[in-house]
Design a binder for this molecule. Structure first.
Ligand SMILES: Cc1cc2nc3c(=O)[nH]c(=O)nc-3n(C[C@H](O)[C@H](O)[C@H](O)COP(=O)(O)O)c2cc1C
Length: 331
């Protein structure tokens, strides 16, 4: 019998479709609906380092100058961010775990190597099945050299991996000069999975008001080419699982990413655009495609067209349009 089950980052998933970290995954009600709709796992909306630090700062400010507060209290605050945000997040993990059978992956947005990485342990205690580290701040200042910033991310990930027993994965951006090397460095920390790639808030301009307006929030289907290339280039070389994120809008893209070597694909924009029914549509597409090709399991074809396995690996490395596109331009 044809089966959609897959293994990702040490987790057994009934489907390779994962609900990506977003506003869709921040309530127990939504999580229950996503499970019913057919996703194989959930990544909770990220808890943001900046928000926690802001909250700790507010607590510190409120305490400063009070006669009964010892200076050590501030050290304690630095070590243990146990304020409202954290408590709410841990409650979401516990309640989600109680409400659904599929794996719950918690997510922390990390921008710096702060002491509070101990939060990972609290997340583990709350029962999360895995932890996704959403790594990125926009280094818009020119002060820190690239190598320093990259080293900081790798150190942070290594530190978290040491602190917990649950699988840790990283979700990264595509803004690295030597992407292949970064993927290898992250893999060397002991993580179990890499999510390629995150998509960020990107400001837009209103030309009538001549001011900054909203943002390009949702992806489009052509955005999938970036994770497709990098999963194909990396999946046969690096010993971690890969999950695709960005631009998965239909079953065909999901199949392509599995052929490129992904163990799972994450969905956000397509669910925002088309609602929960799209999950069933994608699951059916993958299943029917597998039946047509006589594959019994995802493992039978996963990575079949990646850099290592294809007869024409150089195509994955090519960046320039060459002779065969000449007629396309002339049309
Ligand atoms: C409204 C919205 C909120 C998001 N919030 C988070 C978040 O908290 N943490 C995170 O890692 N990614 C977040 N993302 C990024 C998604 O998880 C996903 O990586 C990105 O949207 C690309 O996938 P897609 O093309 O399926 O939308 C968010 C995306 C959207 C659209």
């Amino acid at each position: 019998m044809t089966k959609l089950s897959t293994k990702y980052a040490g987790l057994n998933l009934s489907s390779p479709l994962i609900a990506a970290s977003s506003g869709l995954t921040d309530t127990v009600k939504n999580i229950v609906e996503l499970e019913k709709a057919g996703v194989g796992a959930i990544v909770l909306k990220s808890i943001f380092e900046e928000e926690i630090l802001m909250e700790m700062e507010q607590v510190k400010n409120a305490m400063t100058g009070r006669p009964y507060v010892f200076p050590e209290t501030f050290d304690y605050l630095d070590e243990e961010p146990h304020e409202d945000l954290t408590r709410k997040y841990l409650t979401l993990i516990k309640e989600s775990k109680a409400a659904v059978a599929i794996p719950i992956i918690a997510s922390i947005n990390c921008v710096s190597n702060q002491k509070w990485v101990y939060l990972a342990q609290e997340i583990e205690k709350a029962g999360a099945d895995a932890l996704e580290l959403n790594l990125f701040s926009l280094p818009s200042t020119t002060e820190a050299p690239a190598g320093e910033i990259e080293e900081m991310y790798v150190e942070l990930v290594a530190k978290v991996v040491k602190m917990v027993k649950i699988p840790v994965t990283v979700k990264i951006s595509h803004y690295y000069t030597a992407m292949g090397q970064m993927i290898e460095k992250f893999a060397g920390t002991g993580i179990k999975g890499i999510v390629l790639f995150n998509r960020y808030y990107a400001p837009d301009i209103d030309i009538n008001q001549e001011s900054i307006s909203g943002s390009f929030v949702l992806s489009s289907s052509t955005d999938v080419s970036l994770p497709l290339r990098w999963i194909a280039l990396s999946s046969g070389k690096v010993k971690v699982d890969f999950a695709a994120s960005t631009g998965v809008h239909d079953g065909e893209s999901a199949v392509k990413l599995l052929l490129a070597g992904a163990s799972a694909v994450q969905l956000a924009s397509v669910i925002y655009k088309r609602g929960l029914n799209v999950i069933d549509e994608l699951n059916h597409f993958i299943l029917n495609w597998m039946k047509g090709k006589k594959y019994d399991s995802i493992a039978d074809f996963q990575g079949k067209v990646n850099y290592k396995s294809t007869s024409n690996p150089a195509s994955w490395e090519r960046t320039q349009f060459m002779r065969e596109f000449r007629h396309f331009v002339n049309q």
